[in-house]
Design a protein around this ligand. Structure first.
Ligand code: BGC
Length: 718
């Protein structure tokens, strides 16, 4: 038996080593090919490869059959084609699957779904001949006001990294380059093109860089987008420290550094400090920093030929992984499988915030009538928000989803309740809407004449958008007035809030019995929502960020460190971002990080570790028993946090270090195993520039959210 295992082991080893050798040989082959091509290119042709020649494209070199690069947005699916000036190209071939937004994906806490999202979007990109997807986007949610919170994932670097790596791997499995963005610290939209971030080194390393690092070192991302803002006085697109030292030097990045659109500010500095490709959407492209000006700078000896050759090498290398790859997958657009992925993400992302009256799941057997109220019940979310729009082949709205699932047996009385039109302009940057008494009266009538009311409120893709932050956390469109009126008319009111970022729903939490949180949830949005409301799907989403009770409780706002002064923003809260701040400072949030209920209950017990002490190079293996004590089958995300008391450096009260999503039948129990490499307990030491694992005691905390911890266990690191 032993011999058999040994033979098997050696066979596997031999297989892996021959695969590695083949890969190395391929790489060498393409390295040699690339070197040969570079020799043949004229300087003018090389420069032609380093800047845009259209909104999403670059020129190739026909003479040598080098194609141009074709990029496309973005995080929610492959966007529609546009003409110069961003006008839609009005094609009939450019619709795509609309995948749930970034924070929805993060709320699934399911890296497998992140992989499927990437895989399917990559397949669509390939079918549409877009070889670089400008996704995923995962800047840390430093302030809940950031207009792009919905595109991004989380306030937590660990959750962020786990999802980012899988999204990248999924996209690139289709020989399509992921372009991870925005590197780095684009945590606000206010003055994003001019603001300089001042962040201490430890915070940079522990909070803002981990997902980028993991995307490159584990996910092997082929391209990265530099952010619009500055870090410590230097634009990210010409930042020697971020690009040359960290990205290429420490992380060994081999691919293309792409500027954000119009985010290049110099020729010589950007060229020498690590930018490869200047993108933007405004012609004339020959006036770009990396066009004629770069040619002149090379001729003047300010940028070396070698620097140019390196950039060309990065570009050709990515082409060999993508548009010029051997045996590329076929690509496919709008398949039932892609719809299923969009549905599965949506279904696992929806967060049950409150279910005190047990109105949910709906008792569809006895219900005869429901009122469906609110603009968000019929609103589409696929377009809007600049870069992140998708021309969806279809989108099932919440009302359509309920009609699909219940329409035959239950009368649905719809009332719009409010208008969700939001059109900021230069003269009115923040248009206010007043409650519409006629619409409210119709909503009240619908609620009164139905057994139960479901209210769909929240934001939309015009209200939450790239290029501006929200001014506060308040619900838009006077929605609270509508909620109050409908709830008074029918106490059996379920409030479904749709948004991509935290909102102030404190009054609803106080006055309403039932609250569901949903997102800009993709093509299958309404079907997934209806299935959660009717209990076909047991909700399992968990919040990927803290909902503060008040904006001023949030760290950047508590310290008056947003949006900065004189175009400088100092990240005064340091490492205490998100729940790290709320926990350490003992501030009660409205809803905490990791929170989300289920129709069933889970009981945790018996947290154990394989050993009581571990060496610095070890791997902590923890198991916790989880029992489904309710009557519904359901998924639970087991969260494992670590706390270090008496540390030599400032520490957050606890930090997420592992999580696992499991499925349990009613009454079933599982022993859930989670592992934490001891090196993940390290802090970044600013004096030595090294990651240091402190010796001594650590507490492991297992629970269903960051604040509902039921099991703890001490371990020691020797
Ligand atoms: C955004 C990027 C986007 C690009 C192209 C920029 O304004 O910041 O995320 O990929 O536009 O649409």
């Amino acid at each position: 038996m032993k011999i058999k295992y040994a033979t098997l082991f050696f066979c596997i080893l031999a297989m892996i080593s021959s695969q590695l050798q083949a890969q190395l040989k391929n790489e060498k082959a393409s390295d040699a090919k690339i070197a040969a091509i570079i020799k043949k290119l004229t300087l003018e042709e090389k420069i032609g490869l380093l800047h845009a020649n259209g909104i999403f494209s670059t020129a190739g070199v026909d003479r040598l059959r080098i194609p141009g690069l074709m990029t496309d947005d973005g995080p929610l699916g492959v966007r529609e084609d546009v003409k110069e000036g961003w006008a839609p190209a009005n094609l009939t071939t450019d619709s795509a699957t609309f995948f749930p937004n970034g924070s929805a994906l993060a709320a699934t806490w399911n890296p497998e779904l992140a992989y499927r999202f990437g895989h399917d979007m990559g397949e669509e990109a390939r079918a549409r001949k877009k070889y670089i997807m400008l996704a995923p986007a995962f800047n840390i949610a430093r302030t809940p006001l950031c207009g792009r919170t919905y595109e991004y994932y989380s306030e937590d670097p660990f959750l962020n990294a786990r999802l980012a790596v899988q999204s990248v791997k999924g996209i690139q499995s289709q020989h399509i380059a992921a372009c991870v963005k925005h590197y780095a610290l684009n945590n606000q939209e206010v003055e994003r093109g001019r603001v300089s971030v001042d962040v201490d080194e430890r915070t940079l390393r522990e909070i803002y860089l981990p997902a980028f690092k993991a995307s490159v070192t584990e996910g092997n991302a082929w391209t990265i987008m530099s952010a619009y803002n500055k870090l410590r006085g230097n634009y990210c697109s010409e930042n020697e420290y971020l690009l040359n030292k960290i990205l290429r030097g420490e992380w060994k990045f081999k691919g293309i550094v792409i500027s954000d659109w119009g985010g290049t500010h110099s020729t010589v500095k950007a060229a020498n400090n690590g930018l490869d490709l200047e993108m933007g959407s405004r012609p004339p492209y020959k006036n770009y920093y990396f066009a004629d000006k770069l040619l002149d700078s090379v001729k003047a000896g300010k940028v070396s030929q070698q620097v140019i050759d390196d950039k060309v090498k990065h570009i050709l290398w990515v082409m060999y992984q993508t548009s010029l790859s051997s045996n590329p997958p076929a690509g496919a657009l709008n398949t039932p499988g892609h719809s299923k992925t969009a549905y599965d993400i949506a279904a696992e992302s929806i967060v049950l915030l409150k279910n005190d009256g047990h109105l949910l799941p709906l008792n569809t057997g006895s219900l005869k009538s429901i009122a469906v109220i609110g603009d968000n019940a019929t609103h589409n979310f696929h377009l809007g928000g600049f870069g992140a729009g998708v021309k969806a082949r279809y989108e099932v709205t919440a009302l359509a989803g309920l009609q699909n699932r219940l329409g035959k047996s239950i009368t649905i009385n719809y009332a719009q309740g409010y208008s969700g039109v939001y059109r900021p302009s230069r003269t009115t940057p923040d248009p206010e809407t007043k409650p519409d008494s006629a619409m409210i009266a119709q909503a009240v009538a619908a609620a009164k004449s139905s057994e139960l009311a479901i209210l769909f409120i929240g934001g939309n893709r015009d209200y939450e958008s790239e290029s501006r932050d929200r001014k506060d956390l308040g619900l838009p469109f006077s929605e609270q007035t509508l909620v109050d009126a409908v709830t008074a008319a029918n106490p059996k009111t379920i409030v479904v809030v749709i948004g991509g970022a935290p909102y102030d729903i404190g009054k609803i939490k106080k006055n309403n019995s039932t609250i569901v949180w949903s997102w800009y949830n993709g093509s299958e949005n309404g079907n997934a929502l209806a299935d959660v409301l009717t209990g076909k799907i047991n909700p399992s989403g968990k919040l990927p960020f803290t909902f503060p009770a008040e904006l001023k409780d949030s760290p950047a706002h508590a310290l008056d460190a947003y949006p900065g002064e004189n175009l400088k923003v100092e990240y005064k809260e340091g490492i205490l971002v998100g729940y790290r701040w709320f926990d350490t400072k003992k501030i009660e949030p409205l809803y905490c990080f990791g929170y989300g209920l289920s129709y069933t209950d889970f009981k945790y017990s018996d947290l154990k570790t394989a050993q009581t002490s571990y060496p610095a190079a070890g791997n902590i293996i923890a198991t916790v028993r989880v029992k489904n004590t309710g009557k519904y089958a359901g998924k639970e995300t087991v969260q494992l946090y670590v706390s270090k008391e008496g540390s030599v450096v400032e520490r957050a009260e606890k930090e997420l270090k592992a999580f696992k999503k499991i499925m349990l039948a009613p009454g079933a129990t599982a022993n859930v195993t989670l592992s934490i490499p001891v090196k993940d307990l390290a802090y970044y030491d600013v004096k030595t520039g090294k990651w240091i694992v402190e010796k001594g005691k650590y507490k492991l905390l297992a629970g269903t959210s960051s604040r509902d911890i039921s099991e703890t266990k001490m371990i020691k690191i020797n």
